[in-house]
Design a protein around this ligand. Structure first.
Ligand SMILES: NC(=O)c1ccc[n+]([C@@H]2O[C@H](COP(=O)([O-])OP(=O)(O)OC[C@H]3O[C@@H](n4cnc5c(N)ncnc54)[C@H](OP(=O)(O)O)[C@@H]3O)[C@@H](O)[C@H]2O)c1
Length: 313
């Protein structure tokens, strides 16, 4: 990992971001909100891309109160609906985009499908962000030094994508589907970095993960399944073992703002991929496989109808 030692990296090390524009998906809660807060505190204009207008507005109000002078906007984005992803990109009000944080996510939900018929975790965590990045690409390419940071998870180590069953149509296991979607996040970063390099683009694609952080992520699945005990256990686990969302956001902020972050790097908390300062994260070998990443890109382009001309080999 380039730059200064990351062991004592903290938000104080974030450079001034005045004049920069950032989009944070799922910016209304958890890691996204903590990330957005620091970006805004360092001068960036931050767009919270949220599926719920009410939750987005509440988060925006909170940021403006907590960070005097914060430049925060809320725009609607439902990653489970490609129509919403297209509308977001088409109406995005800025010509340049310095930072796209593909953060929003869902974990281990009961089986469900997106508006376009994709399995929800694959659809939201990967395909929605794939389409969003492709549609915002002209703005990223127009912005020297732009970055795309995609938020994965140590859970990716539990499973590689199945290219013949991307939507878990043969068999659905909620944790396997989550692991696969998080492997897809890393394969996407790998392929995006390769295609940007082939074009000589001044845009860096990197990945990060927050370790185990106390957010809304863990209880959502049990709640959707009507599993009250599971929901209580998720909250208890978070209270006992998780780090706060502000700490979980550090690797994301590092990948987003530290000088010298390498393309296709993967940053997570230093201690056991669980908590602590940003450091290179453990990564499954299948997430840097050129053939697999190219195949996933082709399938994702076909499924979403988004295939950026500028990044065609
Ligand atoms: N927390 C951890 O320990 C942990 C560990 C490893 C990786 N991660 C990753 O960190 C990222 C952030 O998760 P978190 O922990 O901050 O969870 P969180 O508190 O549940 O936040 C997830 C965010 O994603 C949004 N979201 C969900 N579905 C969406 C959709 N269809 N369209 C747009 N936004 C949507 C949520 O919106 P609503 O508020 O409307 O639901 C929320 O803002 C995820 O990618 C997750 O996989 C988290």
């Amino acid at each position: 990992m380039a730059g200064r030692s990351t062991r004592d990296w903290s938000p104080r090390d974030i450079p001034a971001l005045d004049g920069r524009t950032a989009v944070v998906t799922g910016g209304n809660g958890g890691i996204g909100l903590a990330t957005a807060r620091e970006l805004a505190a360092h001068g960036a204009r931050v767009v919270l891309a949220c599926r719920s207008e009410a939750r987005g507005a509440a988060a925006g109000d909170r940021l403006v109160t907590e960070v005097p002078g914060a430049l925060v906007e809320v725009l609607r984005l439902d990653l489970a609906d490609l129509g919403s992803v297209r509308a977001f990109a088409e109406t995005f009000p800025y010509g340049r985009l310095d930072l796209l944080v593909n953060n929003a996510g869902v974990m281990a939900l009961p089986y469900g499908t997106t508006a376009d018929g994709f399995e929800t975790q694959f659809g939201v965590n990967h395909l929605g962000h794939f389409a969003l990045t492709g549609l915002l690409l002209p703005r990223l390419l127009a912005t020297p030094g732009a970055r795309v940071v995609t938020v994965s998870s140590p859970a990716h180590l539990m499973g590689n994508i199945d290219i013949r069953d991307l939507n878990s149509e043969r068999r659905y296991r909620r944790w396997t589907a989550y692991a696969r979607s998080k492997s897809a996040n890393l394969l996407f970063t790998h392929e995006l970095a390769r295609r940007l390099a082939a074009r000589g683009a001044d845009v860096t694609a990197a990945a990060a993960h927050p370790g185990y952080a106390d957010t809304g992520l863990q209880a959502a699945g049990p709640r959707m399944a009507g599993n009250r005990t599971g929901e209580r256990l998720a909250h208890l686990g978070n209270r006992l073992f998780a780090q706060p969302a502000t700490a979980g956001a550090l690797p994301v902020l590092y990948a987003a703002t530290a000088p010298g972050v390498r393309p296709d790097s993967f940053t997570g908390p230093a201690f056991l991929d669980w908590r602590g300062a940003p450091a290179p994260a453990r990564r499954a070998p299948w997430t840097t496989d050129d053939r697999a990443s190219a195949l996933l890109w082709e399938h994702s382009a076909r499924l979403t109808g988004v295939d950026p001309e500028a990044l065609k080999p």
